[in-house]
Design a protein around this ligand. Structure first.
Ligand code: TRP
Length: 340
């Protein structure tokens, strides 16, 4: 049986954090190692520019950081093609063709893009490239004929829009060239990591993130500041487990579920202090992220080797995407000179 094809990626606008890990990096590594997929992971620098056109340095600098994060969590260039979006020109040409198959109203209704436009206070000043980034994302996915896209659940509207574009394309040009992708998400209720402050989402812009690159002291400091139960003042006070960020993190990262259940019971009853609980969480996080941090530091010693890996990945990605582009041009009829 032919392998499934996996494509996914991230915008390089900073380093990746534990929310990214739980939401999709973990899945991507497991899927890579399953051997069931031909895997492509893309650093979406062009997409990052859609709302950072005046800060190209940030995008430039984040490229290496995101590549290091990928290698650190266990994406393996021997098994996964890791590449850079801007180095694959076919993606831009595909975007141009797909833009003719999507109307402006549909783009303006994309719920994730809508939320981002509000968050970023764009108003009427939204860059056209930002509004259409779901179309470019459809190009990223379809260029590799990917059927499987492991992402955070906020990306489902992008996949829905990509599927619509695939159907419209294949119908309009009467060729089954493109493949409909489906998302793969973290198990229900387990993919969203709250921020240190208890905010529903960990994010760079909210300043409530633990990064994969944080050193042991920084991580510990952040854990010790974490939001718990504001009414749990004294060790002997009964405390709340629901909405308590420390327990949410333990549920997410501690494989010893019996131990977590025991701690919850003790906390609710009274007699378990926040400091002790946070020290325990820190140990749990160390056991998961200590090795990742160490691996990251190893790779960071040789940036030239990381860039060479990205170049090799981009060369391979370019060849694959060019092949799809050829089929797309043929389907539309943009093959005037084939017989000359
Ligand atoms: N939109 C993704 C993000 O916000 C990045 C991305 C770009 C992507 N193209 C993709 C993800 C294709 C999956 C598939 O980080």
């Amino acid at each position: 049986m032919a392998k499934h094809i996996l494509l996914t990626g991230d915008r390089p606008t900073g380093k990746l954090h534990l929310g990214h890990y739980l939401g999709s990096l973990k899945n991507r590594v497991a899927m890579q190692n399953s051997g069931d997929y031909e895997s492509f992971v893309m650093i979406a620098d062009m997409q990052a520019l859609t709302d950072n056109a005046n800060d190209p340095q940030k995008v430039h600098d984040s490229l290496l950081q995101v590549a290091l994060d990928y290698l650190a969590v266990g994406l393996d260039p021997e098994k996964t093609t890791i590449f850079v979006q801007s180095q694959v020109p076919a993606l831009s040409e595909l975007t141009m063709y797909y833009l003719d198959l999507v109307n402006l109203g549909r783009l303006e209704r994309n719920p994730t893009v809508k939320t981002e436009i509000k968050q970023k206070n764009f108003g009427d000043g939204v860059p056209a490239g930002f509004l259409i980034y779901p179309v470019s994302q459809a190009a990223d996915i379809t260029a590799f004929k990917a059927d499987t896209v492991p992402v955070g659940d906020d990306q489902e509207p992008m996949l829905e829009q990509a599927r619509e574009i695939v159907r419209t394309f294949n119908r309009t040009y009467n060729h089954d060239v493109l493949v409909e992708p489906k998302g793969v998400f973290a198990p229900k209720g387990q993919g969203r990591l709250p921020g240190l402050d208890g905010n529903a989402k960990m994010s760079k812009s909210l300043g409530n993130a633990i990064y994969l690159s944080d050193d042991a002291d920084t991580m510990k400091q952040k854990v010790m500041q974490m939001y718990t139960d504001p009414n749990h003042i004294h060790v002997e006070d009964p405390g709340q487990v629901e909405g308590n960020t420390v327990f949410t993190y333990l549920d997410a990262f501690d494989p010893d579920t019996a131990k977590v259940a025991e701690l919850k019971a003790q906390y609710q009853q009274g007699g378990l202090g926040d400091v002790k609980l946070k020290r325990y969480l820190n140990d749990v996080l160390e056991s998961v992220f200590g090795p990742i941090r160490d691996r990251r530091a190893q790779y960071a010693k040789d940036p030239a080797a990381v860039l060479a890996m990205l170049k090799k990945g981009s060369d391979h990605a370019r060849a694959v995407a060019d092949q799809t582009l050829q089929e797309v041009r043929d389907a539309i009829g943009l093959n005037y000179f084939t017989h000359y």
